[in-house]
Design a protein around this ligand. Structure first.
Ligand code: NI
Length: 198
């Protein structure tokens, strides 16, 4: 029974598209009863910035954060999301200084502080890159209810990609979840929503 249940679960997951199924489960509103009535996205993290210095959510307290998870080898979703964010932050001008945009890796094995630094240079200078030990990164992924799973390359098992959900999470100045946007959000729409939160 155990084996067949597992097989059925796997088959259902494949049919539904594993990513989609998990993203749906992880969306606010599907997160089960909340004692406080507040959506349980976000919370403490302890990661390394692009200089290798340890950073926690306390370092960013007092300003809203826009938190985006991804990885530097991502072929399309992350670059397009970060480009959209860059355009939105440019539109905000000086107001962007009131916001801390964070790009947190889901691929700590390859994304060292140095590779994060090199990667985020292509985007808005306010975007901070964070990585850390696999354990610390996993804790952040869990706190933000991000779906992230390694997918081995079919042709070359030494290579892999990472399937991941790709929302921008807007957190208020107290670090509490406010709302999220898909990575495909229009830059104008994102800029207006961020301006309203600042
Ligand atoms: Ni990505």
């Amino acid at each position: 029974m155990t084996l067949s249940n597992r097989t059925i679960a796997l088959a259902l997951g494949l049919l539904a598209g594993v990513g989609t199924a998990y993203i749906a489960l992880n969306l606010p509103g599907n997160s089960g009863p909340q004692a406080t009535g507040r959506v349980a996205i976000g919370g403490p993290f302890s990661l390394l910035d692009t200089t290798g210095q340890r950073r926690t959510e306390k370092d960013y307290a007092g300003k809203p954060m826009l938190v985006f998870f991804g990885f530097t080898n991502c072929p399309d979703v992350c670059p397009s999301g970060l480009q959209t964010l860059t355009v939105a932050l440019d539109k905000l001008g000086d107001k962007a200084n009131g916001l801390t945009p964070l790009f947190i890796t889901v691929d700590p094995e390859r994304d060292t502080p140095q590779s994060m630094a090199a990667y985020i240079k292509s985007f808005h200078p306010r975007i901070q890159g964070l990585t850390g030990t696999p354990q610390d990164v996993q804790a952040a992924i869990k706190a933000y209810r991000v779906y992230a799973v390694k997918v081995p390359d079919e042709k070359d098992p030494t290579r892999y990609s990472v399937d991941h959900s790709s929302f921008f999470y807007l957190m208020n100045a107290n670090g509490e979840y406010t709302k999220h946007f898909p990575h495909s959000t229009d830059a104008d729409v994102l800029a207006k929503a961020l301006a309203a939160a600042l």
